[in-house]
Ligand binder design. Structure first.
Ligand SMILES: [Zn+2]
Length: 368
């Protein structure tokens, strides 16, 4: 923000803001640059990297993304790795810790500059035990209290959440859901989950399982799902199921192949994606009846299919949701793409550090 904006926001006088900013700049905690606002020159104040960095870690069903960001939410560096479908918690937490160390090294930061770590996982995180709240959804992670286990690998405090919740948080903070209060973020990838924002805050339920729409029953006689139930939404619309249904006609495709072919008009690939949109739409229609969101943001790897996926979803919502719930909801593709969950992990880490007391204490260190 500019100094004028800081004065407006805090209610402090321009002279007071100017003095505080000078002091923080002397301590190396903020950086100043020139900018123009409504045609006038102004001084932009940003948090300096010297204030420290946070790490975001996004575990997908098939990928690991790690990024470092400064305290003004700017991503400084990031890396993505593929993961095996049956990845195991201990080995992957080790790998994520090593990646964070590598990235710190890459930007020339010391390990003690890491202020906090935010981790997202595509599974319900039990808010009481801190473990994955299901023994079947991510079997390789059963029994691991993730934050505690990772805190032993870094010195920084660790915060963990379900990745759809983090996608919702990121789209709300930086993307398509800015300024909205009641939002459902639907992550459609190898797994399907929802992050729910109620009155602008993530709703986790009593133990962290809220939003597990991937395991909503569409057909009680349907195929067995990895959760042990039958006919869940994921058995109709997960990336794995879509790729499997293209096997006979297209051979073994990767997810990217399928999306690329669909974008070039391949009718088979467009068909499986639009059918997936209809199935997800059935679950979203129930969600609209239950909590009446103003906005549904579609994220996850399959969201890159765009309207091929979201048009049929919208049609089904109109068809099955109560008219007043359907009429008031907008269905859009997320603005942050596949990085929404990673950006959410960064936002989670930043929310976890008490910036004001942290700035005060480091200012004491540096100025005195
Ligand atoms: Zn299931």
């Amino acid at each position: 923000m500019t100094q004028v904006e800081l004065a407006e926001l805090t209610g402090l006088s321009a002279a007071t803001v100017s003095n505080i900013v000078k002091e923080l700049a002397a301590g190396g905690l903020v950086e100043l640059s020139s900018t123009t606002r409504s045609g006038r020159r102004a001084t932009q104040v940003s948090l300096a990297r010297a204030a420290g960095v946070v790490a975001g870690v996004d575990f997908g069903e098939r990928h690991l993304r790690v990024a470092l960001a400064d305290t003004s939410h700017e991503v400084l560096t990031e890396q993505r790795l593929p993961l095996a479908s049956d990845h195991r918690g201990d080995a992957e937490l080790d790998r994520a810790a090593l990646l964070i160390a590598d990235l710190l090294d890459k930007i020339g930061a010391e390990p003690h500059e890491l202020l906090a770590v935010g981790i997202g996982l595509p599974a319900p995180i039990d808010t009481v035990s801190g473990q994955v709240g299901s023994t079947t959804l991510m079997p390789g992670w059963t029994g691991i209290a993730i934050a505690d286990a990772f805190a032993g690998r870094t010195k920084a405090p660790v915060f963990v959440d379900n990745s759809a919740n983090l996608g919702a948080l990121a789209e709300h903070r930086y993307g398509a859901a800015r300024g909205r209060s009641n939002v459902a973020y639907i992550e459609v990838s190898y797994g399907i989950g929802a992050g729910l924002l109620l009155d602008g805050r993530v709703f986790r339920g009593s133990t962290g399982t809220a939003g597990e729409i991937g395991h909503m029953t569409l057909d009680e006689n349907g195929a067995i799902c990895k959760c042990g139930n039958r006919g869940c939404l994921e058995t109709y619309a997960s990336a794995e199921v879509l790729l499997h249904s293209l096997r006979v006609s297209h051979g073994a495709l990767s997810l990217r192949d399928m999306l690329r072919l669909a974008a070039h008009g391949d009718v088979g690939c467009r068909r499986v994606l639009s059918d997936a949109g209809r199935h997800v739409g059935t679950a979203v229609a129930s969600l609209c009846n239950l909590f009446n969101p103003e906005l549904v943001v579609v994220g996850g790897a399959l969201a890159a299919a765009g309207e091929v996926l979201t048009h049929p979803m919208r049609d089904v919502v109109d068809r099955f949701a109560i008219p007043s719930a359907a009429a008031s909801v907008e269905v859009v593709v997320g603005e942050l793409g596949e990085r929404a969950e990673l950006r959410g992990a960064i936002a989670l880490a930043l929310a976890g550090i008490d910036t004001s007391s942290f700035l005060a204490s480091s200012l004491d260190d540096k100025v005195s």
